[in-house]
Design a protein around this ligand. Sequence first.
Ligand code: GUN
Length: 298
Amino acid sequence: MTVIIDGKAEAANVIEAVKTATAQLKTTKGLMPGIAVVIVGEDPASQVYVASKGKKAQECGFHSVQHTLADTTSQEDLLSLVDTLNNDPSIHGILVQLPLPGHIEEGEVLQAIDPDKDVDGFHVINAGKLTTGIGTAFVPCTAAGSMLLIERIRGKDFSGLNAVVIGRSNIVGKPVASLLLAANATVTIAHSRTADLPALCRTADILVAAVGRPEMVKGDWVKPGATVIDVGINRIPAPERGEGKSRLVGDVAFAQCAEIAGAISPVPGGVGPMTIALLMANTLVSAYRSAGQVPPTF
Ligand code: GUN
């Protein structure tokens, strides 16, 4: 029987642990973890994501602030806000929602965030710590969440297992590959220029799809018994639900792949909830570190 990985339940476990540790930090150190989420412009999907991050932060007992800036905001003004947040002792985690409007240099903004408050894990200091294994990195939340789901199925040591990651983004593909490698998997990162992707995927005991192409991974790409993690969130037209309706699908053709895989994460309800949970976990860890306390591990 194929295991359908319940990301909602796993995320709820993480959130419970965050709540408990937050209460402890308040009692022992009088400190409330604080997160600032910055959104520039009115991209509807980003607004939904940002609202749910704020809601979850409040549920965890965090101090949570949202800065909503007009899409005409200058890079200078955005950098100035980041600087203010870097120097605000009540804020332990800063997240600038991507994508940013075209006139803003994304890299400049992300690298301006204090690496100790970079709960997205996008700063080169955190990326470097992750790839080298030196120091303790903030790991990008979607990658960390995907890894937790894989660990639930495969344990923590992937010696002898082949992992294929489709997608080479800094947000998911590269960090998830680093995590898999650190857990002793033999890792291949595939992308749009990879030759014979289906054949490569069929070698994967662990297959992570993070490309943003609806239902690209087909049933005959999957090795029997493989663990398949679908990071894609794609909205596609669903005329069968009525005119103008749409539905969410992943990068994996779920029904066909579920017949072959040993375990598979659905969309929605798989990696998505984990991303927010790990953002809360990273913010909590940052608050613990700022208080000189040993943070819990997730
Ligand atoms: N946009 C889509 N995913 C993310 C994420 O994980 N962090 C940020 N900051 N923006 C995003």
